[in-house]
Design a protein around this ligand. Structure first.
Ligand code: GLC
Length: 555
């Protein structure tokens, strides 16, 4: 277990949402050459691995998560030469690239799907096609094979009149689910992994990979169906085979695990099972879903958040698994706006969150702009949104009985576009992101929240992130230590845990509220890091200010 901690525990991953990172050619969309121009920035921040969201050929209906050719670069992002130069230049700076493999589905523009539509048996068997009833018509196709809902809204099946068949899409209708029960599909996917390894890539992120194994017999019940295919029946077998055939056992890999369980994530990431190195789970990012529904708002439940962190930190450690540590990505609104108070305590909110996760056991991920304290968008109208899920749900929320104003408020709090607004490089009109018109609006607060300003300031959010990354590399108790959560009163907004390694002990205390809170005793402990500087003590006990985080160490 400790060799695993040594391999993964001192690394930090930085996520680039390529469309929104840096545009080199003025078309308003970020690209590979834009990333090349910012490698020194990433080096200075101190990250080890850079995950780049999909840049493969795609109609971009889901911004590249609808892949039409896994082995070619979409011209909007650049060329294969650009990619090779990026990989070389990154390696020269000690940075590895992590590629994003979207293997649950392809775009309906993929050649396989087109040949399936043309009736070729081989390719029909690559997807989840199911016969429709005899006599079905485009106008009256009858009942779909199951009542499962697409994650982007609506039923998960499309009827194809020319074939008299339905096909499954767990996401957009233009993202057709592959049939992983077909060994030829599994071989194709392994071959794609080998192709990119041939280009020198060894790290991979696997998109919604725990959804690839569907149940037999197309069951339905009164739910939206996800329990039938999340961590599906043959998932571990398929992952083991992919890892073996793809030649990636022991590499730095991460699976995006949708609605997963602790037990499965231990199996996905315990090295004895030869599956993946680490897993993302999303339970902690649902503590502000009223009634478990993403599209109904409530204040974050900090008690629940604390118990989820406890369960996953202690549980994965006990089972020999490995956690990815994160608050944000391209599918989440900015977390400082969500779990903090950016109006009154922007700096504290933006530094509390990474203190909480970067000192945990696992591998931290930083989503571009998080290290600047970027906030959610300042959009005021639905016209400013581009994301397919957000636009669908804006309608669905109204059909469920909300007014247009309420629907906008909900979308504004939950939209994926609220985390996708372009990276703020400087205070200029388009934030140094593009010389053209940005594909998605830039927050007006980029005049103060931007890389140039913050890198020049030792007291900035950026400098704090740089420090947290350096600490993980300097302190084995952070990269390798054990973890145990400290009990606090149920209603307390405090999340506190201890890390231990040999004779060293680290105590982390985070106040997830805008009120002052009595923390824990620190006695002779030395302050390792804190987002307010020296803590206020009452005797031996810390009095935590709004959104304050402190970590004390005993050696
Ligand atoms: C993952 C991606 C998301 C995408 C979906 C379908 O959740 O992170 O952006 O829409 O998979 O590929």
């Amino acid at each position: 277990m400790n060799s695993r901690a040594r391999q993964l525990g001192n690394k930090v991953v930085y996520q680039i949402y390529i469309r929104s990172f840096c545009d080199s050619d003025g078309d308003g969309v970020g690209d590979l050459r834009g990333i090349i121009s910012k490698l020194d920035y990433l080096k200075e921040l101190g990250v080890d691995i850079v995950w780049i969201t999909p840049f493969f050929v795609s109609p971009q209906n889901d911004n590249g998560y609808d892949v039409a050719d896994y082995r070619a670069i979409d011209p909007v992002f650049g060329t294969m030469d650009d990619f090779e130069e990026l990989a070389r230049e990154a390696r020269a700076r000690g940075i590895e690239l992590m590629l994003d493999m979207v293997f649950n589905h392809t775009s309906t523009e993929h050649e396989w799907f087109k040949r399936a539509l043309a009736g070729e048996q081989k390719y029909l068997a690559y997807y989840k096609f199911v016969d429709a009833a005899e006599g079905a018509t485009a106008h009256d196709p009858g009942e779909p094979p199951t009542n499962w809902e697409s994650k982007f809204g609506g039923n998960a099946w499309v009827y194809v009149p020319s074939l008299n068949k339905w096909y499954l899409h767990l996401f957009d209708p233009t993202q057709a689910d592959l049939d992983w029960d077909n060994p030829e599909v599994r071989e194709e996917m392994a071959d794609i992994l080998r192709f990119w390894q041939g280009k020198g890539v060894s790290c991979f992120r696997f998109d919604v990979v725990n959804l690839i194994s569907k149940p037999e017999g197309w069951p339905s019940d009164e739910t939206e169906g996800k329990h039938f295919y999340s961590d599906g029946p043959r998932i571990h077998e398929y992952l083991q085979e992919m890892v073996r055939l793809g030649g990636i056992d022991g590499n730095v890999t991460v699976g995006e695990m949708s609605s997963t369980t602790l037990e499965n994530c231990i199996r996905y990431t315990n090295p004895e099972n030869h599956e993946l190195a680490m897993a993302f789970n999303f339970h902690h990012l649902k503590v502000d879903f009223a009634g478990g529904d993403k599209w109904e708002l409530k204040e974050p439940d900090i008690r629940e958040l604390r118990e989820l962190f406890r369960t996953w930190q202690e549980g994965m450690t006990a089972g020999g698994g490995w956690n990815s540590l994160f608050w944000s990505n391209h599918d989440q609104p900015r977390p400082n706006s969500r779990f903090g108070d950016t109006e009154h305590h922007w700096y504290a909110s933006s530094t509390l969150l990474p203190t909480a996760t970067h000192l945990m056991r696992g591998t931290p991920y930083i989503f571009q702009g998080e290290e600047l304290g970027q906030t959610i968008s300042d959009f005021t109208s639905i016209e400013q949104y581009r994301d397919v899920e957000s636009l669908n749900y804006y309608q669905i929320i109204q059909q469920r009985g909300h007014t247009p104003e309420e629907a906008f408020e909900i979308v504004h709090a939950r939209s994926r576009d609220d985390g996708r607004t372009p990276m703020a490089w400087d205070a200029s009109e388009n934030a140094g992101f593009t010389a053209g018109t940005p594909w998605l609006g830039i927050n007006a607060n980029h005049v103060s929240i931007n890389a140039e300003t913050e890198m020049a300031d030792e007291g900035s959010v950026w400098s704090y992130y740089q420090h947290l990354i350096a600490l993980r590399k300097a302190e084995p108790v952070i990269s390798e230590g054990d973890v145990r959560f400290v009990d606090v009163a149920d209603e307390s907004p405090l999340i506190a845990y201890e890390r231990t390694l040999g004779g060293t002990r680290l105590l982390v205390q985070c106040n997830f509220s805008g009120d002052e809170v009595t923390g824990l005793a620190v006695g002779s402990g030395e302050l390792l890091v804190g987002n307010y500087g020296d803590p206020v003590l009452e005797g031996e006990t810390v009095l935590l200010r709004p959104y304050e985080a402190v970590a004390h160490i005993w050696r």
